[in-house]
Each structure stands twice: as structure tokens, then as C-alpha cells.
Design a protein around this ligand. Structure first.
Ligand code: SAM
Ligand code: SF4
Length: 474
């Protein structure tokens, strides 16, 4: 049980439920204050930055203290039952704040809003606004309605909305790395997943608005962009006037060409869509990070079929081989689900062996949580007892921890180019940054006159299962 909690934290580690505000909060110039908390995937965190931008045009400035806010927003996740339960619990804390401050509004954004729609207003009496991921432009009108005492709901999904023209306000940024949304929605229909229902059909954002946003970020001192989408490799944008077709590989190349000093990452790749063209583009550009998040979900071909993942065990393993063949130094990470419907011990062993085969540097690991409305919920029985799911997850976690430990230890003695992101969490005398492989590297500042956003060569002298420790080499 302890291990499960530990791993939940690994997933949550970065920012789950973290309050957000821009680095410099110029509250004086704003008439009102909003507080926003985000849960779930990086897409949600990026969406909160779009919401912040929309709100700033309405005279709202961000605060990190929800008690003083005029508007509390919770950007929610529906991917597992637990994610929704966390938000429900949090709402009870906002209830007290709302009672204490007249006129305060509480809004639910994101996937939970989309999944539960008006039902949320009935179930959670304190909620004034319910807004789905494609309806953020209507926030100002809905706030006005809510201010006049009418509850506001807009959960319409769109086939076109990409918020391409909205410049996100970077919230809680370290000024070094930023997320850039390149597409929205998902057409994949993995049977366990609620995302196609909560985020709608897949659509790609205008290439030029992406390039502009990344160039602006670079001009403003950012050194790393992560291109975001549920399935980035199926990015596809056509400019009929210019007779231009942009695939994901082409987009990667265009972003990489902004400057060799701008690092490019992306997430997430569906194994079926990551092409040789993408892999060769990654290999060609030093500034495209050698890191692929390639969720396997299960190692059993039978289960992969039930999950509607459209690849087999062997096909996935060949993809891992191909990545390593084209980029021997590339790090691969994964998402894994334990205890999906009908999973046998043999299927579970197949999952363990594919993890071993793929030698993931890290994985996000979950036990299956049935989501209402998904294909799996309609077609299959959630028949694996919770205790079995947890035991299998525990075995997966232990194996992954061993592999991570092995992978990080194998880096001892090697030198990596590290992008400095800021002080290490433990000491102001140490920098923390990341290697191209997305591994955290911590090292003493020593007498070098370096700053956040600088690149530096670091020789690894020691390692834990999640951090490399090293020293600067001249
Ligand atoms: N689009 C990405 C992909 O296909 O890899 C991931 C999207 S989803 C937000 C992140 C992860 O949550 C999935 O890869 C999967 O492992 C996990 N997940 C999704 N639905 C789940 C469910 N019903 N129960 C447990 N885990 C789930
Ligand atoms: Fe969900 Fe599958 Fe789409 Fe990922 S690819 S968001 S797991 S349906």
C-alpha cells in the first residue's frame, strides 16, 4: 500500500492541485482576483494558462490565496475515480471560503465539468459555473450571468476550437520551460479512457500560431518548450492557401529551427503513430530532446486488443527497438494499467516482461478505474478484485523502481548537457536541471557564475532512482 501511495505521488509530484499565479503578480492593476487550481494532465495546466489570459482581459488578476479571491476555478480531471474524488473533497474547503466572502463565485472547468455537466450544479450546491474544455471563451459571459445570480453552464464541445490566437499567461512558471498546446481532443477511443468523451474530437492548431508562441517564449528567455497533445504524433495541419501540409515531424523541425538554444520536448506519443520520420527528425536535431513517452498500457496482446490500442505486444517491442536503433541514447517512459477487465496472471506477467524488455526509465502506473460511458464500461465487466489490482500494481511499481535505479546508476561517470531550471529543492547552493533524457540532475553551483536557463556540462558522480547527482565539468 505504501508503494502505491508513493507512486501516486510520482504522478502527482509536479503540480496536482497546485495554486497558480504569474511570477509577478500585479494585483493593483486588476479590479478582481481569481484563484485557479489544476488537476490531471499537462493539457489541463496549459488550459489554465489560456483561462488566465481570457480572465486578464476581463480585469481579473491571479491570486494564490483562495480566501481573498472573487472567483475560484478548479480545472478538473476525470481520468480515474480518485481524481474526481480529490476535487469533490477540495470543494468542501471552498465552501467555507464562499460563506465567508459575499459574492465569491466557484467554477468547475475541464473534464469533470464536461462529464457531469449540469449534474454538478445539483450535486455540488456551491458551484456557480460549469465550463467544458472547449468553452473557455464564454467564461466572461458566464461570469456575468453568475454575478446576477444565474448559474452558468457551457459544456459544448467543438470541432475547431484550439485557442490558437490566445496568448497564454504563464502561471507559476520558472521562466525556463513552458507547455505549448499543439492539438486538442482525441480520436483514438481506447476502451478504458474517458478523454475522447470529455475533450472531444481531435483537431490540430495552426502551425504558425505555434511557431509564433514558441518564438515569443524564446525571445522572453524561455529555453525549453514541451509540445502538448493527447496524441501529438497525429498532428496534421493544412494551409490550403500556401499549399502547405505540416505533419508532426515537420512541426518538430520548424520548432527546433527557432534556435539551437531552444530545447524541444513533446508529449504524448501513441505508439501506433510515432513514425520513422519523427524519430529521424529527433536524431537530426541536438535540441530535440532524446526522450519519448510511449505508453504501453499492457504487455498482453489480448488485453491490448480489448483496450483498443491497435498494436500487439510484438509490434510495440519492435517500436522500442526502432527508437533505440535510431537514437541509442534515447530515454523511453511509459503509462501502465494493472487489472484491466479479464486480466489473468499470465497477462500480468506479459506486462511485467514488456516493462523489463523496454527498460523504461520511469513509468506512470495505475490500477484500472472504470469510467462511466467508456467503451470498456459498456462492453466488459470490471471483474478484477481491487486487492488483486493493487497487488499487481505493486509488483509493477517494484519492477519499475528497480529498472529506474539501474538506469540512473548506469549514468554514473557519464557527462550530460543540463539545462538549469533553478535552485535544487534541498539547497540554494545547488542547481537543479534536466538532461535531454528528462532526468533531473542536481549539482553544486561551485564558483561558476551561472544562472537559471544556462546550459552546462555535468558529470554524474552518484544517483538515486529518480535523480542524478553530479559536478560541473569545464
Ligand atoms: N493520450 C495519452 C496516451 O494515450 O498515452 C494518455 C492520456 S491519459 C490522460 C494518461 C494515462 O492515464 C493513460 O495513458 C492511461 O495509462 C491512464 N488511464 C486512462 N484511463 C484510465 C482508467 N480508466 N483507469 C486507469 N488508468 C487510466
Ligand atoms: Fe485516452 Fe487513448 Fe486518447 Fe490517450 S490515446 S487520450 S489513452 S483515448
Amino acid at each position: 500500500m505504501e508503494t502505491l501511495e508513493l507512486k501516486e505521488k510520482v504522478h502527482d509530484e509536479t503540480r496536482q492541485g497546485e495554486p497558480f499565479a504569474p511570477i509577478a503578480v500585479e494585483t493593483d492593476i486588476y479590479k478582481k482576483k481569481f484563484y485557479i487550481e489544476s488537476y490531471g494532465c499537462a493539457m489541463n495546466f496549459a488550459d489554465s494558462e489560456i483561462v488566465a489570459s481570457i480572465l486578464s482581459h476581463e480585469g481579473f488578476g491571479a491570486t494564490k490565496n483562495f480566501e481573498e479571491a472573487d472567483l475560484i476555478l478548479v480545472n478538473t480531471c476525470s481520468i480515474r475515480e480518485k481524481a474526481e474524488a480529490t476535487v469533490r473533497k477540495r470543494l468542501t474547503e471552498f465552501k467555507k471560503a464562499k460563506l465567508a466572502k459575499r459574492g465569491m463565485l466557484v467554477g468547475i472547468l475541464g473534464c469533470m465539468a464536461e462529464r457531469l455537466k449540469g449534474k454538478l450544479l445539483e450535486e455540488e450546491k456551491l458551484v456557480d459555473l460549469v465550463i467544458g474544455p472547449d468553452a473557455y471563451r464564454t467564461l466572461p459571459a458566464l461570469i456575468q450571468e453568475a454575478e446576477s445570480g444565474q448559474k452558468g453552464v457551457n459544456v459544448l464541445l467543438s470541432r475547431e476550437e484550439t485557442y490558437g490566437d490566445i496568448s497564454p499567461i504563464r502561471l507559476d512558471s520558472n521562466g525556463v520551460n513552458a507547455f505549448v498546446s499543439i492539438m486538442r481532443g482525441c480520436n483514438n477511443m481506447c476502451s478504458f479512457c474517458v478523454v475522447p468523451f470529455t475533450r472531444g474530437r481531435e483537431r490540430s492548431r495552426d502551425t504558425f500560431s505555434i511557431i509564433n508562441e514558441c518564438s515569443e517564449l524564446f525571445k522572453n528567455g524561455y529555453k525549453e518548450v514541451t509540445l502538448l497533445g493527447q496524441n501529438v504524433d497525429s498532428y496534421y495541419w493544412v494551409d490550403e492557401q500556401k499549399d502547405l501540409v505540416v505533419t508532426f515531424a515537420k512541426l518538430l523541425e520548424m520548432v527546433a529551427n527557432i534556435s539551437p538554444l531552444l530545447r524541444v520536448r513533446f508529449s504524448t506519443s501513441h505508439p501506433k503513430d510515432i513514425t520513422d520520420e519523427v524519430l529521424f527528425t529527433m536524431a537530426k536535431y541536438e535540441n530535440i530532446c532524446k526522450y519519448v513517452h510511449l505508453p504501453v498500457q499492457s504487455g498482453s496482446t489480448r488485453l491490448l486488443q480489448l483496450m483498443n490500442r491497435t498494436y500487439t505486444r510484438e509490434w510495440y517491442m519492435a517500436k522500442v527497438d526502432r527508437i533505440k536503433e535510431i537514437m541509442p541514447d534515447c530515454s523511453i517512459t511509459s503509462d501502465i494499467i494493472a487489472g484491466f477487465c479479464t486480466e489473468t496472471e499470465e497477462d500480468h506477467q506479459d506486462t511485467l516482461s514488456i516493462i523489463e524488455y523496454s527498460k523504461y526509465d520511469m513509468s506512470y502506473m495505475y490500477f484500472y478505474s472504470e469510467r462511466p460511458g467508456t467503451l470498456a464500461a459498456r462492453r466488459f465487466t470490471d471483474d478484477i478484485p481491487l486487492a488483486v489490482k493493487k497487488r499487481r500494481l505493486d509488483e509493477i511499481v517494484k519492477l519499475q523502481n528497480r529498472l529506474s535505479q539501474r538506469s540512473y546508476s548506469a549514468d554514473i561517470g557519464k557527462t550530460f548537457k543540463v539545462l538549469i531550471e533553478g535552485n535544487s529543492r534541498k539547497s540554494e547552493d545547488d542547481w537543479a536541471g534536466k538532461s535531454s533524457q528528462n532526468k533531473v540532475v542536481v549539482f553544486p553551483k561551485a564558483d561558476y557564475n551561472l544562472s537559471k536557463g544556462d546550459y552546462v556540462q555535468v558529470k554524474v558522480t552518484n544517483a538515486t532512482g529518480a535523480t542524478l547527482l553530479g559536478e560541473i565539468v569545464k
